[in-house]
Design a protein around this ligand. Structure first.
Ligand code: LLP
Length: 430
């Protein structure tokens, strides 16, 4: 969270006054500090480099996909994880190097797979038996081959501080390692001359604050690989350990520095490779939230206030679950400030409400703020991941604009939706 304060007591984002941005572009407004995005990316990339370990850091574009964002990812030498034709289309429009694009999905459609094959992307992460059949058929038709990873569910589910070990993971994603389906999938791919299996993939969860779940997953995957090497003479080139590296939303969150996650993965992959005398594979990871989460701030304007004496004070802002669905969907917690009153003491505890017709449309319960009045700007921090990407038009609110700030300059990178945009797809019925 970048909470620097200007001489005038205003919140500064990437060297620009938040109030100036709100005035210029209107609210609600997503603002990204691009230097922070780059620093987050580099924390991962540089760590692998400094250990001389071959790696790909694939930005999980579901966290926030736009042409400008993917151009920054490209500039930082990241690879890219896409899960749909729409995400792939955005990557192509951004001029993202196709060989660094990986495609995910538990129910990839024929058009999705055809698009991936046509553009000859770097790899497809195969998720299920049906997909093997579809992909094989498409490759036959197009007389092409494709690098694939096999997505396995290792029976580890990680959330923040805990991980749960489940013998057989109840997940819609991937091939189960413990019941033999992963091995069956492996054999099916190996039979197919058009599929070139380069390794395994797993993703154990999101917003993870420790390394033990990742380490355990690494152990399980390399153990399986070593068995398959002995039995089938297959040696993996790649081990993709997914995303899920946690970030700080509030002061209660205490994630590791990003380089610590990378170091732990390197250490564990090295140890396990040594243990099984297995050639060390390339390490691929897929951070989404960690790249963009704490680089994003949402600016809102204050509107009405409702006091319920002895109960609470609601302060309503001009956005809500349309631009940030996470509080309503996951009870996600955020911190907020009054952007023009950074030096004023927080004298009241309030709850920040959105403006949708839905009682659950609350952005933050119980946050300490200075006195605010209509028109004041509130900034909510760490909204860079899964904010814009899960935004919606409930109540036909136009989606907010996105601004990038870097070197104390601001650039509009996604325009605010217009009312014309809202009815653009409607067809008259009279
Ligand atoms: N790789 C795979 C295969 C994934 O499924 C995901 C996230 C990621 C990478 C990136 O995970 P991250 O590093 O961003 O945690 N909408 C939810 C998050 C859903 C994540 C789904 N998969 C949220 O707002 O918290």
């Amino acid at each position: 969270m970048n909470k620097s304060v200007g001489e005038n007591g205003h919140l500064m984002i990437g060297g620009v006054d938040a109030l100036e941005l709100a005035d210029l572009y209107g609210t609600p407004l997503y603002v990204y500090d691009v230097e922070r995005i780059r620093a987050n990316a580099r924390a991962f990339v540089e760590t692998f480099k400094s250990f001389g370990v071959k790696a790909q850091v694939a930005y999980a574009s579901k966290a926030f996909s736009s042409i400008a964002m993917l151009q920054v990812a490209k500039q930082e030498g990241l690879s890219l994880d896409v899960v749909s034709e729409g995400e792939l289309h955005t990557a192509l429009e951004a001029g993202f190097p196709v060989k660094r694009i990986h495609m995910h999905g538990n129910n990839k459609s024929i058009p999705e797979l055809e698009m991936a094959v046509k553009h000859d992307i770097g790899c497809i992460v195969v998720d299920n038996f049906h997909e093997i059949t579809l992909l094989s058929h498409i490759l036959d038709e197009q007389q092409r081959t494709m690098d694939v990873l096999l997505r396995v569910t290792p029976g580890i589910e990680a959330h923040t501080h805990d991980y749960i070990l489940t013998g057989q993971e109840d997940s819609k994603f991937g091939f189960d390692l413990s019941n033999g389906q992963a091995e069956e999938g492996f054999l099916k791919i190996r039979e197919d001359k058009r599929l070139r299996l380069t390794g395994l993939h797993c993703h154990i969860g999101s917003q993870i604050f420790e390394t033990s779940g990742f380490r355990l997953a690494t152990r399980k995957l390399i153990s399986a690989l070593s068995q398959w090497q002995r039995n089938y003479n297959f040696t993996a080139e790649v081990l993709n350990l997914g995303g899920g590296f946690g970030i700080k939303y509030t002061d209660d969150d205490d994630p590791l520095e990003f380089d610590q996650y990378a170091k732990a993965l390197i250490e564990e992959v090295k140890q396990q490779s040594d243990h099984y005398a297995y050639p060390m594979p390339e390490i691929w990871i897929e951070p989404g939230r960690a790249i963009v989460g704490d680089a994003g701030v949402t600016l809102y304007s204050v509107g009405s206030t409702k006091d319920i004496p002895g109960v609470r004070r609601y302060i309503s802002v001009d956005g809500g679950m349309t631009d940030n669905l996470r509080p309503a969907l996951y009870q996600a917690q955020y911190e907020a400030v009054a952007a023009s009153k950074m030096r004023e003491p927080a004298t009241q505890e309030v709850s920040i409400a959105g403006k949708c017709c839905e009682s659950g449309d609350m952005l933050i319960w119980n946050v300490a703020l200075p006195e605010v009045s209509p028109g004041d700007v509130i900034a909510v921090f760490s909204t860079g991941a899964y904010g814009y990407s899960m935004s919606n038009n409930y109540n036909r609110f136009p989606r907010a604009a996105v601004v990038f700030v870097e070197h104390a300059e601001h650039h509009l990178v996604i325009q605010r939706e217009s009312f014309q945009d809202l009815t653009r797809l409607d067809v008259s019925y009279e």
